[in-house]
Design a protein around this ligand. Structure first.
Ligand SMILES: [Zn+2]
Length: 408
């Protein structure tokens, strides 16, 4: 096998990442999995081949047709700790991109394409890291899982399935490193999110005789006002020392069909952001409570709320064993370590909620994720691979942490 310097080198990193970018895995919202660029199946199969070639036991767990979670296991010595490296397999859509989304073009040290930054760069770095440690050390001192979940861009579909099918049961995984574009900063906290779809139902009538109908838009106006006034005020009174207050925002409103008809239906979509310690259930209880009181005050308010939980909030103490270990590896490899919160939610919240100490760290900047000219600096992929290799080594070393999550 080639020495570590050759494995984790710009050329090797660019070649591997190009292979991943050229294999489309657009999250299937605008088309079914397996058709055109949609679905994670081909990409998971490609990763499975690469990981099997490195000696991993590879397993696919289908979450939806053509949409598997990929789990690759590299065994350490019996009884050794286990660390999971996870980077989601799906990307956002490619509409409006100004670069070829699947050409993996390299210019000025950057590799361009959909997923180059979010988050195939992290997956490429994870593969290089395992390969280099195996080659240089002749084996692993910890069991290493490399996992790629589907549907992260659809509120963590694959990560939730992984939890749901018992993957983490029995303490199988001691810690999780989640690869997302963090500029190699360590993310230890982020808000969660949850959505509500609310419908009002009225009665249509000719607009010349509005008293004959029930105006669903007027009904919704009261609900929107109650959310803006009462829900927002209640959330503003809560605060997390790192992330600030939870928030609410009405994002869409639709109602009525024609100006001369009293509208019989109106809908809104409401986005909420949660802080650690706050669950989707407590947010739902707050919103339902405020609207119940509005209904009681008005009498004729008729509505239906559909709850749509998304991501739990995420928090691990910066002084817990896992962030401390990762920070040490960052200083060793990068000469710096930055611990911070992020405004965006991720799979880390889902893993942490399942009791797995987790942090996010990965190459690329969130500023380039989901953009029309998405790219990653190849040098950051190299740095990330070195960092992940240092974490694998540290995890198997003496005094490696086994726990550290704060339960939410
Ligand atoms: Zn991502």
């Amino acid at each position: 096998m080639p020495p570590m310097a050759d494995i984790i080198a710009p050329q090797a990193a660019a070649a591997l990442l190009a292979e991943l970018v050229r294999c489309p895995s657009v999250t299937p919202l605008a088309g079914p999995a397996g058709q055109g660029p949609y679905g994670e199946g081909r990409y998971a199969a490609l990763l499975g081949d690469r990981l099997a070639a490195l000696g991993a036991s590879v397993e696919f767990r289908e979450v939806e047709p053509g949409r598997p979670n990929l789990i690759a296991r590299f065994d350490g010595p019996a009884g050794s700790p286990s660390v999971m490296f996870e980077a989601h397999s799906d990307t956002v859509a490619v509409d409006g991109m100004t670069v070829d989304p699947f050409a993996a073009e390299v210019r000025d040290g950057r590799l361009y394409g959909r997923g180059a930054c979010d988050t195939k760069a992290a997956m490429a770095a994870m593969l290089l890291a395992v390969q280099s440690v195996l080659a240089a050390d002749g084996g692993l001192r910890a069991t290493v899982y490399v996992v790629s979940t589907c549907g992260e861009e659809i509120t963590g579909l694959g990560a939730k399935a992984l939890v749901g099918d018992g993957f983490f049961a029995g303490g199988r995984v001691d810690a999780a490193i989640v690869g997302e574009p963090t500029d190699l900063d360590i993310i230890h906290a982020s808000k969660g999110s949850g959505r509500f779809h609310i419908e009002t139902r009225g009665k249509a009538a000719h607009s010349s005789a509005p008293a004959d109908g029930v105006n669903a838009i007027y009904q919704m106006a009261h609900i929107v006002a109650a959310i803006e006034r009462d829900v927002a005020a209640a959330l503003a009174a809560m605060a997390d020392p790192v992330l600030g207050s939870p928030t609410v925002s009405v994002g869409t409103i639709r109602g009525g069909s024609q100006v001369n008809i009293v509208p019989d239906a109106c809908t809104i979509d409401v986005d909420t952001r949660l802080i650690p310690g706050q669950t989707f259930q407590t947010m739902a209880a707050l919103i339902h409570g405020v609207l119940d009181r509005s209904r009681a005050a008005r009498g004729d308010l008729q509505y239906v709320i559909h709850n749509r939980p998304a991501y739990p909030a995420f928090f691990i103490d910066g002084d817990a064993p896992l962030p401390v270990l990762v920070a040490r590896a960052c200083r060793e490899v990068l000469g710096r370590s930055t611990l911070r919160a992020a405004p965006w939610a991720s799979n880390a919240g889902i893993f942490a909620e399942a009791g797995v100490p987790s942090v996010l760290v990965g190459p690329g900047s969130i500023a380039q994720a989901h953009t029309c000219d998405e790219f990653v600096e190849i040098d950051q992929v190299v740095q990330a691979a070195k960092l992940y290799a240092a974490i694998i080594r540290a995890y198997g070393g003496a005094g490696a942490p086994a726990t550290g999550a704060r339960g939410e």
